[in-house]
Design a protein around this ligand. Structure first.
Ligand SMILES: Nc1ncnc2c1ncn2[C@@H]1O[C@H](COP(=O)(O)OP(=O)(O)OP(=O)(O)O)[C@@H](O)[C@H]1O
Ligand SMILES: [Mg+2]
Length: 292
């Protein structure tokens, strides 16, 4: 039986090391692989959003992220993919720490031959699959929590509160998505200084039955600190009504993709908001004290 090629994401900014690893892997007997290279963490997160991988080979020192932070950012985004960390001789401790934090293995660059690298990749995949089986049915693989925020009226700080909660959860290495679940333009993009091309509007063109993890995943934007965002419509031409069925399937599908789904809900009375609220584990009503 011929095995499907390993899909490897190599996160490494040094072209010399990229070449070396490619050569080492090519020397391995009988190993077929497809390697995608990302030179920055932000680029790695983008690739993870678009493609599936069997294993991630992760250099911890990158232009946009250093040390254990690099591991945490990638791990938070793709807990389902085994990670083998690549370290230099001088920072072996970081490799050990990464393994304590959930990496499958670490390898010291310059000290691994093809046999060692291939064995590490294969073991990483087997161990990770076993872990997933053990965890399936336990909290980690259960539906994520859905936390909604709704304003008593406009402009009371709902988006601010929702974003603060999502940011704190994401900084605790949780896998978090914040959603601007509204048919019209919101303020999240401006607050986050983003001009997102991908957003909720394109999902709302789909029938509820066609909205799934792939369709939603393609519209998520990952921020540098790991928080993923589903932005609302960005312009008048993107305004679309949200049916209650669409709201439900979006919220529940996201709950299967993240530990926490934070909803920034509009204050206007909308059926889609009522439907989303029915799927929340917690709803926060944001108001402000009466002023004299
Ligand atoms: N605790 C606060 N104290 C003072 N200003 C705040 C506070 N929270 C938010 N703001 C400011 O109030 C304005 C409205 O905040 P925000 O956009 O979070 O409210 P909102 O309820 O989501 O508004 P909208 O109805 O437009 O969705 C923003 O300029 C924000 O910076
Ligand atoms: Mg708002």
């Amino acid at each position: 039986m011929s095995e499907a090629p390993f899909r490897i994401l190599l996160v490494e900014d040094n072209p010399g090391d990229v070449r070396l690893i490619r050569e080492i892997l090519s020397e391995a007997q009988g190993l077929r692989f497809e390697m995608t290279v990302a030179g920055r963490v932000a680029e790695a997160l983008e690739k993870l959003e678009k493609q599936s991988f069997d294993v991630i080979l992760l250099d911890l020192s990158l232009p946009d992220s250093q040390g254990l932070d690099t591991f945490h950012t990638v791990y938070a985004r793709a807990p389902e993919v085994p990670i083998v960390v690549l370290t230099g001789l001088a920072d072996e401790t970081a490799g050990v720490r990464a393994v304590q934090a959930g990496a499958e293995d670490y390898l010291i660059k310059g000290q691994c031959d093809s046999e060692l690298l291939v064995r590490s990749i294969r073991y990483a995949m087997v161990r990770h699959e076993k872990l997933r089986e053990t965890l399936r049915g336990t909290e980690k693989f259960q539906r994520g929590r859905v936390v909604g925020f709704i304003g008593a009226k406009g402009g009371v700080g709902t988006t601010t509160v929702a974003l603060n909660v999502a940011t704190v959860l994401a900084s605790e290495q949780r896998n978090v998505v914040i959603v601007e679940l509204r048919p019209f333009i919101g303020t999240l993009a401006a607050v986050l200084r983003q001009a997102p091309q991908r957003n909720l509007s394109q999902l709302l063109a789909l029938e509820p039955a066609a909205i799934n993890q792939v369709e939603i995943g393609a519209r998520l934007v990952t921020l540098p600190f790991g928080l993923r965002v589903l932005f609302g419509p960005q312009g008048v031409e993107e305004f679309r009504e949200i049916s209650p069925e669409q709201a439900e399937v979006i919220v529940e599908t996201l709950a299967s993709m993240a530990d926490y789904v934070v909803l920034d809900l509009p204050w206007e009375p909308l059926e889609s908001t009522a439907a989303a609220v029915r799927h929340c584990d917690f709803v926060g009503l944001v108001s402000q004290p009466e002023t004299q």
